[in-house]
Design a protein around this ligand. Structure first.
Ligand SMILES: Cc1cc2nc3c(=O)[nH]c(=O)nc-3n(C[C@H](O)[C@H](O)[C@H](O)COP(=O)(O)OP(=O)(O)OC[C@H]3O[C@@H](n4cnc5c(N)ncnc54)[C@H](O)[C@@H]3O)c2cc1C
Length: 446
């Protein structure tokens, strides 16, 4: 069954014929080219320090193929950007699911994080000069980028804490402070950091203290101390950098939008990006389910004389996984449609629902597959351990679950509490009135 014929019924009316064709092309590309190339990627990357200086040639050849197939910059939604391939968030969401099945798929099609979010920032908020210098080469896949917000010395899930100092001196900004978890900063092609910090730390409005500046990688005063590991994986050559800034100077022209506009920019950046992560995660869940099915039918690996598939509990894992992944997909696609019909701000609730639900659901599905493989499931011989580690971080990255749940809960409560109380009051009083009218004793409710 092709990818286009698996589009959920609810989403079908919103998907163009061109998007359906592209979806099928992407599936062919990912399953037949990207996934088999993953072993070549690891071999070309090699071992030790060299891994941080290498751009495995197989990635560049996949990029060339993807460009020829028209599978390039699919993510910039047509309602909000002119530079993309002309798809909606929903259409790209369906494509991102398939791309999420291969660790090479996103970069091969120039739809890898954090470049996607960074390109969105530059396309939406950058001026002409900034777009010429940084957006154009990013759109062409010639350079890579990193987004530097999180800091080691503060709790970064509350972005008002971000402390890196951006002080104006004449025609320059001077940056001092530390950042970590700068994904992509390890890549030798990473040429631009998008850095959030404080230009006005004493402003009485904590949401006006922050600004975003563009900092070319490698300027004097920048030190890349180390790459952070994710459950032991270093994600070379991409990496997650721990970087410090000591009197780093950039021209004032490198500010994005203007001083005090940092919050506006990070909020604009994260909306569609969260949906992209969620859809790639749905692809990871489908991949785990495939590996689960393969293991439980392996004739060479029977337990107590039977393949695992003959045990009811294992079939229940398959059934539950199918239900959960299908349900989670609908939540993400719903958010994508809502963004398409307005913008990310109008879809805050739907995006948060997906951001919290999807990684938790996908982790459960991957974990079942790991369990079915026994010890093989936790090692390097299947993609499952790496998938699990990657998806686990999504419960923290772009804001931890608890923060999204708090905001969701607060919004739901605030928007509904008065109407709910009024409705219940009416229903109780109306019951009493009907009881009295019918000759019964009113309950004078609770
Ligand atoms: C793989 C990976 C890649 C990343 N890439 C980037 C990147 O490219 N750029 C970047 O800037 N950052 C990146 N990050 C960092 C990420 O965005 C932060 O880790 C995240 O925002 C949380 O901030 P923190 O780690 O400082 O946690 P803290 O703010 O210290 O929070 C710790 C914990 O406190 C709890 N908590 C927080 N608030 C509440 C609340 N209101 N109620 C209840 N509990 C709460 C949560 O459980 C949370 O996990 C990445 C992280 C990972 C793991």
């Amino acid at each position: 069954m092709s990818a286009s014929s698996r589009i959920p019924v609810i989403a079908q009316p919103f998907v163009s014929d061109r998007a359906k064709k592209t979806l099928d092309l992407i599936e062919e590309f990912v399953e037949k080219e990207c996934i088999p190339a993953e072993g070549v990627f690891s071999a070309q990357l090699g071992e030790g320090e060299k891994r941080w200086k290498t751009n495995p040639p197989v990635v560049e050849s996949l990029k060339e193929k993807a460009k020829k197939l028209g599978l390039w910059n699919l993510f910039l939604a047509k309602a909000h950007y002119s530079q993309g391939a002309g798809f909606t968030n929903l259409e790209y969401g369906l494509m991102a699911e398939i791309l999420g099945k291969s660790k090479l798929g996103p970069e091969a099609t120039n739809t890898a994080a954090p470049d996607t979010g960074n390109m969105e920032v530059l396309a939406k908020y950058g001026n002409d000069a900034q777009q010429r210098e940084w957006l154009t080469p990013l759109l062409e896949g010639k350079i890579r980028s990193a987004f530097l917000m999180t800091e080691p010395d503060i709790a970064s899930s509350d972005a008002t804490n971000i402390a890196l100092s951006i002080r104006r001196e004449g025609n320059e900004y001077v940056l001092n402070g530390s950042k970590w978890w700068a994904s992509g900063a390890g890549d030798p092609r990473c040429s631009i950091y998008i850095v959030m910090g404080k230009t006005d730390p004493t402003n009485s409005d904590p949401y006006k203290q922050q600004s975003v500046v563009l900092v070319p990688a490698g300027l004097p005063g920048i030190t890349v101390h180390r790459m952070m590991h994710v459950y032991g994986y270093d994600d070379a050559p991409h990496g997650h950098g721990h970087i410090s800034f000591k009197n780093v100077r950039v021209p004032v022209a490198n500010i994005v939008l203007g001083e005090g506009r940092g919050f506006e920019i990070i909020q604009g950046r994260l909306g569609p990006g969260r949906i992209h992560h969620c859809m790639r995660s749905i692809g990871a869940a489908e991949k785990a389910l495939e590996w689960l099915i393969a293991r439980i039918n392996d004739e060479n690996k029977k337990t107590f004389g039977q393949p695992l598939a003959s045990h009811g509990v294992i079939l229940e894992w398959i059934a539950k996984s199918r239900i959960e992944v299908d349900a989670a997909r609908l939540v993400v696609l719903n958010a994508a449609i809502k963004i398409d019909q307005g913008d990310a701000r109008a879809a805050l609730r739907e995006i948060a629902e997906a951001k919290v639900l999807v990684p938790q659901t996908v982790l459960t599905i991957i974990d079942r597959a790991v369990q079915a493989y026994g010890a093989a499931g936790v090692c390097q011989d299947t993609p499952l351990a790496y998938l699990w580690a990657g998806i686990r971080t999504l419960r923290i990255a772009d804001g931890p679950d608890e923060v999204h749940l708090q905001q969701l809960g607060r919004r739901e409560n605030k928007s509904r509490k008065d109407a709910v109380a009024a409705k219940l009051k009416f229903q109780i009083e109306e019951t009493d009135r009907l009881l009295t009218a019918a000759g019964f004793k009113a309950k004078a409710h609770l």
